[in-house]
Design a protein around this ligand. Structure first.
Ligand SMILES: [Zn+2]
Length: 242
């Protein structure tokens, strides 16, 4: 196997490492390839951290839950710095709220969380909300468990941009997957088969969340190469619980 040569190199400072680093890429597609020399994070992870820091500079003192952490970048930073950080994955067939010894993680279904109302300050998801069959239920549940003043801060590729959001796939009444487009899968840290993409989100995701969950959202686009934040589809969405 040959290793691709680095074609792009930028000196800068990483919001995740808090350190002077180099951002390098072997490819022009920075979204998956512009890596931090310190923490190996990718641009959307650094954008997410920037938004968390700017809106919740006291984040280390907050009660934070992350669904489906990726084992690097923001996930490990929050785990290291925040005593009240917890995380879960979704395992089909295991009762919600239970700890799976097999997987070494708590099981939570975003569409039916077991947390009490108003029990979390921040809810974090990274490229998860495009894989949910009932996103209206997931946004409603996340809003339910957030404390007033809290927020769901997340990334999801808004691939449709200004075009209307489309459902790529949904579940029939009997639980079969109905595909409206050619099935597309993204990498999943707990499933080698990957995760089916169910939603092509656009900027109307903010209106969708407001309608379904009642939480106003902002969509934040950051371009700051000095922090290694430059790529397509790295919008950060923050939905605030009032
Ligand atoms: Zn870094």
């Amino acid at each position: 196997m040959t290793v691709d040569a680095v074609k792009y190199r930028f000196d800068g400072r990483c919001d995740i490492c808090n350190d002077a680093v180099q951002f390098t890429s072997t490819q022009g597609w920075f979204r998956d390839y512009l890596l931090c020399s310190g923490c190996k994070s990718i641009p959307r992870e650094r954008a997410l951290m920037r938004v968390i820091k700017e809106h919740y500079p006291n984040y280390a003192t907050l009660t934070i839950h992350e669904s489906s952490p990726c084992g690097r970048g923001v996930s490990t930073k929050l785990a290291d710095e925040c005593p009240n950080y917890s995380y879960s994955h979704y395992f089909v067939g295991i009762p919600p709220g239970e700890f799976s010894l097999q997987h070494g993680a708590r099981n939570e279904n975003l569409e039916k969380l077991t947390f009490a109302d108003h029990s979390l300050d921040l809810f974090i998801t990274q490229d998860v909300m495009e894989h949910i069959f009932h996103p209206e239920a997931a946004f409603r549940e996340i809003a339910r468990v957030l404390r007033p003043g809290g927020a769901h801060i997340f990334t999801a590729p808004l691939v449709n941009k200004a075009k209307q959001t489309q459902r790529r796939a949904e579940l029939s009444a009997s639980g079969d997957v109905i595909h409206h487009f050619e099935p597309e899968f993204h990498g999943n840290p707990v499933d080698p088969e990957g995760s089916l993409v169910t939603m092509n989100w656009g900027y109307d995701i903010a209106a969708f969340i407001m309608e379904k969950a009642g939480t106003p959202s902002i969509i934040i686009q950051i371009d700051d190469i000095s922090a290694g934040i430059r790529a397509e589809y790295i919008d950060v969405i923050a939905s605030f619980k009032h």
